[in-house]
Design a protein around this ligand. Structure first.
Ligand SMILES: [Mg+2]
Length: 206
């Protein structure tokens, strides 16, 4: 009898043991603020938006607290879906996906959840795992790249490597800081290399 159906599991790739790294979306991979400002300017072309340097968005948009309504259901989907990736971000993820298991971790309110999944698909983010969670430090991974200081502090408190993607709103973070996703992977690779070379020395002392 001819075999009509080939089990896809026959072709499964070999098991890998790549280090897991957690990558944030907004402020790291996706330029959410840029997209918000663009959408705002379409609605209010004469308004001047100040440079956003904290999470208190009401301080930068002339409509003040109303900005949060503007970010609600009905508006937010388009803002999220149309947001551009930061320059070089997707390229860097693709370049390093063979060395690291890329795990996307992003805190999203319900209104922006499906548009976030759409965005991940639209840009073909090389990931097998997406977590939508406000509790990033509960997720397994050797390092986190994030732009929000509270997330970095929580993650660092678990004894793991928390790396900040430099943004105007996270200048109070005193730990490791990078300016691109590419730089993050280079940094993590250096740390892993140092750990590997330090270990035999420690063993020889005992
Ligand atoms: Mg973020």
């Amino acid at each position: 009898m001819t075999q009509l159906y080939k089990d896809p599991l026959d072709n499964k790739p070999p098991r890998h043991n790549k280090p897991r790294v957690l990558i944030d979306l907004d402020g790291v991979t996706r330029d959410f603020i840029g997209s918000l400002v663009e959408a705002y300017k379409k609605e209010f072309p004469r308004h001047q938006v100040k440079q956003v340097n904290s999470r208190h968005l009401e301080n930068f948009f002339p409509i003040k607290e109303e900005i949060y309504k503007f970010m609600g259901a009905g508006y937010i989907e388009e803002i999220m879906e149309n947001a551009a990736p930061f320059s070089g971000a997707i390229e860097a993820l693709n370049r390093w996906a063979s060395e690291f298991e890329i795990v996307i971790v992003t805190a999203q309110p319900e209104a922006s959840r499906s548009s976030t999944f759409t965005w991940i698909g639209k840009h073909k983010i090389p990931t097998n795992e997406v977590h939508i969670s406000y509790y990033k430090s509960e997720i397994d991974g050797i390092a986190l790249l994030d732009d929000f200081v509270d997330n970095l502090e929580d993650f660092a408190a678990t004894g793991r490597l928390a790396v900040c993607l430099d943004q105007p709103w996270n200048q109070r973070w005193k730990g490791p800081r990078v300016h691109s996703i590419e730089e993050f992977f280079e940094y993590v690779q250096d740390v892993l290399y140092q750990q590997q070379t330090e270990q035999p020395k420690q063993e020889s002392k005992t």
